[in-house]
Design a protein around this ligand. Structure first.
Ligand SMILES: [Zn+2]
Length: 196
């Protein structure tokens, strides 16, 4: 491990960033939950650049977590060091948000948590209704709830065709892909028993 020119960066760190779910290497040191003092030298947390910046702005990534959850989040298996992340089944889907894409890290975290909870509830409802992944993609493409009936499907379909059709958009063909997806999703769904 060698010290980088960049202040405080330790390149080649084998630790993952301590921010829960972050797959980046933890190359920047921040004070841990135990300050140096009477009980010993204190400890440190290691973050990627984006997360050490957020940490320096006062955000506690572990707020509301139990000690077990914190330990799990800090385990090497929580990050890149433990597995080849490109081959994880969830690669690219379930990874931590790219911090730079958000002006407020708090928003990024809560948005991701909300999306997860929502996905989970939706997956459960789909399973309960016997909706398979291809069906579900079609529902999502049309923005339809799983409780939609034949009339709802048709109404939504004609609304989207109107929205994306070049004839309704002054010949603008930029929505062609969206229109094709809408037609495919409709043709998929209308054959299902739920819409017969
Ligand atoms: Zn990070």
């Amino acid at each position: 491990m060698k010290q980088d020119r960049f202040h405080g960066r330790m390149r080649g760190s084998q630790r993952a960033c301590d921010a829960p779910g972050c797959p980046e290497p933890g190359e920047f040191r921040a004070p841990g939950e135990r300050a140096p003092g009477f009980d010993g030298p204190g400890n440190y947390r290691w973050f990627c650049l984006d997360h050490v910046r957020a940490f320096n702005q006062g955000y506690d990534f572990f707020r509301g977590m139990t000690p077990d959850e914190i330990a799990q989040a800090q385990s090497p298996l929580a990050g890149w060091a433990g597995e080849t992340r490109a081959f994880r089944p969830t690669a690219g889907i379930d990874q931590a948000p790219r911090w730079a894409d958000f002006t407020d890290p708090l928003d990024a975290i809560s948005a991701r948590a909300r999306a997860r909870a929502h996905d989970h509830a939706k997956a459960q409802e789909a399973a309960r209704r016997g909706i398979n992944p291809a069906d579900r993609r079609a529902y999502d493409t049309l923005g339809l709830g799983f409780d939609a009936d034949r009339r709802g499907l048709r109404a939504r379909y004609s609304e989207l065709v109107r929205r994306f059709h070049p004839d309704r958009n002054g010949g603008d063909r930029s929505h062609e892909d969206a229109l094709r997806e809408v037609v495919e999703a409709y043709n998929h769904l209308r054959r299902l028993p739920a819409f017969s």
